[in-house]
Design a protein around this ligand. Structure first.
Ligand code: CP3
Length: 350
């Protein structure tokens, strides 16, 4: 079959889509694809805390690989959490199930006391997991993604002490004690750069920066507090020639600024009009997204038609990576995820 000959392997397809080079069809993977919606994950996880899982190399490797065969994902993301590198700074973070701190960060003294060390020494298991995964994936030509939480999102939890609807403590700090927040962000930026560099060295072929809470800000505050941090991280990872994906949740009002960071790919949620994103991104960046994860509960036919529509809307982009607008939920039906990745493959046959 001549068509099969032209088919790219999943690593080439992903890297080419990130760089805006021509592809046969969009690559597909899902945020939070390794996790509780999968019975096989729950089985491996049974009786183990989430943080124990993150540092148990064998089990973390096993659950990272599950989505390839169980749901047909075409990229593997390291099983971990955005708070793992923060543990290496000496902070005590617990998961219940989201990150919580008994001692939220509110003062200069607490920031001074945060250890500045090499993540390779503090959380060596992260890099061991990546090295093992890269070895496991080589034959199948599946790309390996690393990731980090963006400093603003990390700071949101560290200052608040837990998740929150509006992160009012954080926003109050922005106006009452801007210097404290500035120095916290500076520390976290250094950490993030070192962490991503070490992941790339350990084999990550693409890295994604998650800024889940930056969308809480208006454009002016975002430009002041978030954009310089993203730029700094994009500049450092660019040096390594590994594509960087920048994800914002709830950021449709920030698209232009999201593009100013200089990431290779902007990842957007379902509120964003993909045609508009593609046209703003032009030849500067590819786009990733953006099905609402709740729609994975729809019928297979409905998921296929939604995916076709998303691909159509993104067709003007220099590159498109099919993904969700946010992560899979514990209640996400496995067959919906399977339909989603099948729909991506069907685009190549259309
Ligand atoms: O499959 C993957 O995507 C890889 C692993 C991954 C996890 N968290 C595992 C996880 C990734 C990429 C993350 C990123 C993450 N973690 C973000 C950014 C992306 C996003 O979802 O907005 C944020 C904000 C966090 C912080 C976090 N971790 C929260 C708020 C929670 C609780 C809410 C929830 O979804 O459970 C976690 C816990 C967490 N991280 C779980 C998993 C599999 C669930 C823990 C469990 O199994 O008990």
């Amino acid at each position: 079959m001549s068509q099969a000959k032209n088919e790219l392997d999943p690593t080439e397809r992903m890297l080419r889509a990130c760089r805006g080079e021509s592809v046969d069809r969009p690559p597909v993977w899902l945020m939070r694809q390794a996790g509780r919606y999968l019975p096989e994950y729950r089985q491996i996880r049974e009786g183990t805390s989430f943080l124990e899982m993150c540092s148990d190399v064998d089990r973390a490797v096993a659950v990272s690989l599950q989505p390839i065969d169980l749901v047909g994902s075409e990229a593997v993301i390291l099983f971990s959490d955005i708070f793992v590198p923060v543990l290496g700074m000496g902070l005590e973070v617990e998961f219940a199930p989201g990150p919580t701190l008994a001692d939220p960060i509110r003062t200069h003294a607490q920031i001074e006391a945060m250890r500045q060390t090499d993540p390779r020494d503090e959380v060596p298991y992260v890099f061991e997991i990546l090295r093992r995964l890269r070895g496991e994936l080589a034959d199948r030509r599946i790309p390996l993604l690393g990731f980090a939480g963006a400093p603003f999102t990390l700071a949101a939890y560290l200052v608040e002490g837990s998740g929150s609807r509006d992160f009012a403590t954080l926003k109050t700090m922005m106006v009452r004690e801007p210097d404290v927040l500035r120095s916290l962000l500076a520390r976290l930026t250094k950490l993030t750069v070192a962490y991503l560099e070490a992941q790339i060295e350990a084999g990550a072929q693409v890295v994604q920066l998650f800024d889940t809470w930056a969308g809480l800000l208006d454009a002016e505050s975002y430009r002041e507090w978030v954009l310089p941090v993203h730029r700094e991280i994009a500049r450092s990872t660019r040096r390594e020639d590994v594509p960087l994906i920048l994800y914002l949740n709830n950021g449709s009002h920030l698209l232009e600024l999201q593009l100013e960071a200089g990431a290779d790919v902007i990842s957007v949620d379902w509120r964003v009009d993909l045609e508009r994103a593609a046209s703003l991104a032009g030849r500067e960046a590819s786009v990733q997204g953006n099905l609402d994860p709740c729609l994975l509960a729809a019928s297979r036919e409905e998921i296929f038609s939604r995916v076709a529509r998303i691909a159509e809307q993104a067709s003007g982009a220099r590159g498109h990576i099919l993904n969700l607008g946010h992560g899979c939920l514990p209640s996400t039906p496995v067959e919906g995820v399977r339909a989603f990745t099948d729909a991506a493959r069907a685009l190549g046959r259309g």
